[in-house]
Each structure stands twice: as C-alpha cells, then as structure tokens.
Design a protein around this ligand. Structure first.
Ligand SMILES: C[S@@+](CC[C@H](N)C(=O)[O-])C[C@H]1O[C@@H](n2cnc3c(N)ncnc32)[C@H](O)[C@@H]1O
Length: 150
C-alpha cells in the first residue's frame, strides 16, 4: 500500500493500463496512516490509469460516528499495523479531479443499496457495534487520457 509503483508493476503483469481499470481500495487505505501519503498513493495510481477508469474507496470515518473512533483506537491498541480514520473532507480529497458518481461520498451502506435492503443501516462489525465507513466511487475524467498526479 505504501509503494504504488510496486502495485502498478505487479498489476501490469495482468492488466492493460491502456484500457480503463478499476482501483478497488476497500478496507485498505486506512493502513496508510499519514493522510498526505495516502493521498499521494491514490494520485500515483490514478496517474497510471486512462480516462474512464474507476476508483472505489472505503475507510473508517472520523466524523460520522463516535463508535468508529472507539473501534479505531481499539484496533490500534492491539493491531500490529496501525490504522487511521478519515474525515468526510479527507475522503472527498481522494476524488478531487474525478467525476464522482451518485450518490457521492456517503456511508458505505448508503452507496446504491441493493433493492429491498434497508437504506441508511450502518454496517455492523461482529453484529454488535455500529460502524461508520464512508465510501464513494469516482471516475477519472481527464480529457488528456491521464489524470493529473500532482
Ligand atoms: C480489512 S482487510 C481488506 C481486504 C481487501 N478488501 C481485499 O479484498 O483484499 C485489510 C487488508 O489489509 C492488509 N494489510 C494491512 N496492513 C498491511 C501491510 N502493511 N502490508 C500489506 N498488507 C496489509 C491485511 O492483510 C488485509 O488483507
């Protein structure tokens, strides 16, 4: 996660980066604890992708539910790899310069729930504690064919 060049090199063994690709970063970006570094990882990955590619992210939210921060702190007390929760604005930052698909940056259970599933229900870990995760999917829009990594 901290080495986007290595990720891209390995992915290029099976993916054609001349065609749109999808970066599905679910439950992993929080392991890059420094926000600016995580932003840099995302931007470097996007820079390798042509227009029409997709980016999906979910991370624990720092400003939606106090229980999530408790869960993050609990994880960091025992987990060997530390994690960070991110604010709504920080998550939106990952999608800067991308065309964000509806419904935008929302709690994960609110992102296009399957028909019949109760809307607005928060994810539950272990069936007990409500958790707030925020996620969204953005599409690269760069007309030059490459998104700007800067
Ligand atoms: C919540 S899971 C998400 C799994 C992911 N959605 C997938 O489909 O593979 C977090 C993952 O991050 C991995 N991980 C956490 N820290 C890591 C690190 N420093 N290096 C490599 N993998 C790491 C864990 O092994 C685990 O597979």
């Amino acid at each position: 996660m901290h080495d986007p060049a290595a990720i891209l090199a390995m992915a290029a063994r099976t993916l054609d980066f001349g065609q749109p690709v999808a970066f599905i970063m679910l439950g992993i970006l929080q392991f890059v604890v420094d926000y600016q570094r995580s932003l840099d990882v995302v931007r470097r990955l996007l820079a390798a992708a042509p227009s029409g590619s997709y980016l999906a992210i979910d991370v624990p939210a720092s400003d939606m539910d106090p229980a999530t921060l408790e869960a993050v702190r609990a994880w960091n007390r025992v987990g060997s790899a530390k994690i960070a929760a991110r604010s709504y604005a920080e998550v939106a930052g990952y999608f800067e310069k991308l065309e964000v698909l509806e419904p935008g940056v929302v709690m994960m259970n609110d992102w296009r729930p399957a028909p019949g599933s109760p809307a607005g229900v928060r994810a539950r870990v272990g069936g007990r504690r409500p958790q707030a995760m925020i996620n969204s999917i953005g599409s690269c829009w760069s007309t030059s064919g490459r998104s700007d990594p800067a």
